[in-house]
Each structure stands twice: as structure tokens, then as C-alpha cells.
Design a protein around this ligand. Structure first.
Ligand SMILES: [Fe+2]
Ligand SMILES: [Fe+2]
Length: 301
């Protein structure tokens, strides 16, 4: 497995440099990473009791297409109950405040991925324990974007190769930061931050490993879906719902995501809420991706 060399330093909200640029992280046992004893002892507070998170999340899932995804009263109540049980250390919630103030897209995206991944986990998770962890990982998956300058996150033009590397740094930065505050880098939550852009065929980043963890894939699928549907400076016209699902279906066809995770997402998106295990999916592409999307185009190549 590949080693990871940090291209950029990792620092906390308080300005503490946890790791300098240039440090190499071995892939398997990442020993010696910094841990905040004080923070790891925090129990955490219920995420729904913090700031306006609950209200903001309810607004998000009341809007298209989440209104249809959460249209089944029983499933919606179940998911809200699961999310209400999620407790997060205050020091981590402060990062959501940072996004709320400085990058509202990342803030609202984190809440939508929280809701959608909890719903998907409710459908396909094997154990309650798995579902709980999944739910907690959702709102924190992009925490490492704190270490990416806002000028890169919000750039309307294609990124340069260097800027692309800085953006991709959010995965490792999130892993190091979450492990630091949670007192352990081996848990599901830091792992989700590190691996949510990896793909089953090894085509993702930061390590290009073959993603084999279905629970990480649940976050990945929710993440891709919400990212496609959201307007961004580099993608003023978002994907429509149908074209977004075709993109994600295409990823399953090419072995980047598991069919069952993609089917669960498509089943949620239908008003009739079919059982995802018996869903047949057309791979024909009829939608039109937005023409003004520069995501993935590298300026200096
Ligand atoms: Fe991400
Ligand atoms: Fe994300």
C-alpha cells in the first residue's frame, strides 16, 4: 500500500500545527499521530441541541429532491431519531460553526450528507452499531476542508494542479484532526474522512486504494449525490436529479461504487420506495450534464 506524504501542514481551529508539510504517513499503522487527551475525554453534546443545526437540517430535507427522499413519514421519523442520538465533542462542532460562517455550502452539504447517509445506513447497515457510527461520520466527513483556503474551495475557474492537491489534502487533514480530537485514529469517523474519496476500483484519492468498506461507500454515495445537485462557483448550474443519479449509476457500472449502495440511493429517490434489492436499473443515459461545470478540469495540464 502507498505511503502518504503530506503536501501541506495540518492545523487546528486554534492555530496549533499538528503535522508539518513534508511529513510521511505510513499507510497501515499510523503511529505517533498527535492526540488531544483533553478533547478525547469530552463526551460530546447532542448535535441537534447545538446552534441551529436541527432547524437547518430540517430546512435542507424539506427542499427538492430531499423532500421526496424523506417523504415517507416513518422512515423520516426513524432517521431523525437516529440523528438526534448523535453526540459530537464541542471542539468538533466549532468546525461546523466555522463552515457556517465562512463556507455555507460545506456547512449545509455536511448536514445533507448526515441525513442521507443515515437514511441509507438505515436501509443497508447490518447492525445498529454500524448505523450509529455511520450517522456520526456524516456531518464530519469534510472537516478537513478547514485546512483548504476558501479561495480554493470557492474558485470559479478550473483549479491548477497545485490547487487540486490542496483540495485533496482535506481527506488526510480530516483524518488527522478527527483522530486528534477523538483520541484515536482507528475509528470509523477518522477513517471515513480519510477514505470517502477512494473508489472500489482504486481510482480515487488520497491513496488510490481499492475501497472495500461498504459503510465508507454509503458516505461516498451520499457525498457525490449532494455535490452533484448543489450549485457551486465552478458549477453554476447543478446537475438535475435524474442526471445526477445517472452519473452515480455510471460509477457503479464502472466498478467505482457498489451496486447495492447505488440501488439503495435510487430506491430512496423514488416516490414508491421500492425494495432496493429487487430494483432493476437502466444504464442508458438520457440526462444532460451541465455545460458550465469546470470541476475536474485542471487549468495547467
Ligand atoms: Fe470530501
Ligand atoms: Fe463532501
Amino acid at each position: 500500500m502507498k505511503e502518504l506524504r503530506l503536501g501541506y501542514s495540518i492545523y487546528t481551529l486554534d492555530g496549533i500545527e499538528l503535522l508539518p508539510a513534508g511529513r510521511t504517513l505510513p499507510s497501515e499503522v499510523w503511529r505517533g499521530l498527535p492526540v488531544s487527551r483533553a478533547a478525547s475525554e469530552q463526551d460530546g453534546v447532542p448535535i441537534f441541541g447545538y446552534g441551529t443545526i436541527r432547524e437547518d437540517l430540517l430546512d435542507c430535507i424539506g427542499e427538492k429532491p430531499y423532500d421526496v427522499i424523506f417523504s415517507l413519514d416513518q422512515a423520516r421519523a426513524e432517521v431523525l431519531r437516529s440523528m438526534a442520538q448523535v453526540r459530537i465533542p464541542l471542539s468538533l462542532l466549532a468546525y461546523l460553526d466555522y463552515f457556517k460562517e465562512n463556507d455555507s455550502y460545506t456547512y449545509l452539504h455536511s448536514l445533507k450528507v448526515f441525513a442521507l447517509s443515515t437514511l441509507l445506513a438505515d436501509i443497508i447497515a447490518v447492525t445498529i452499531q454500524e448505523m450509529r457510527l455511520e450517522s456520526t461520520a456524516g456531518p464530519l466527513h469534510d472537516l478537513g476542508k478547514f485546512c483548504v483556503p476558501l479561495s480554493v474551495l470557492n474558485k470559479a475557474l478550473p483549479l491548477t494542479r497545485v490547487e487540486r492537491a490542496i483540495l485533496e489534502h482535506h481527506t488526510v487533514a480530516g483524518y488527522v484532526l478527527l483522530g486528534y480530537y477523538m483520541g484515536d485514529h482507528h475509528g470509523v469517523i477518522p477513517t471515513v474522512a480519510k477514505d470517502h474519496h477512494e473508489r472500489r476500483d482504486g481510482s480515487g484519492y488520497p491513496r488510490g486504494i481499492r475501497l472495500a468498506d461498504r459503510m465508507v461507500e454509503v458516505i461516498a454515495a451520499a457525498d457525490i449525490f449532494d455535490a452533484l445537485l448543489s450549485p457551486r462557483p465552478y458549477k453554476p448550474t447543478p446537475f438535475d436529479n435524474r442526471t445526477a443519479l445517472e452519473e452515480i449509476t455510471d460509477m457503479a457500472s464502472h466498478g467505482k461504487l457498489s451496486w447495492d449502495v447505488v440501488k439503495a440511493l435510487i430506491a430512496c429517490d423514488r416516490r414508491s420506495k421500492p425494495d432496493y434489492r429487487y430494483l432493476t436499473i437502466s444504464t442508458e443515459r438520457r440526462g444532460t450534464p451541465p455545460q458550465d461545470n469546470v470541476y475536474g478540469i485542471i487549468a495547467d495540464e
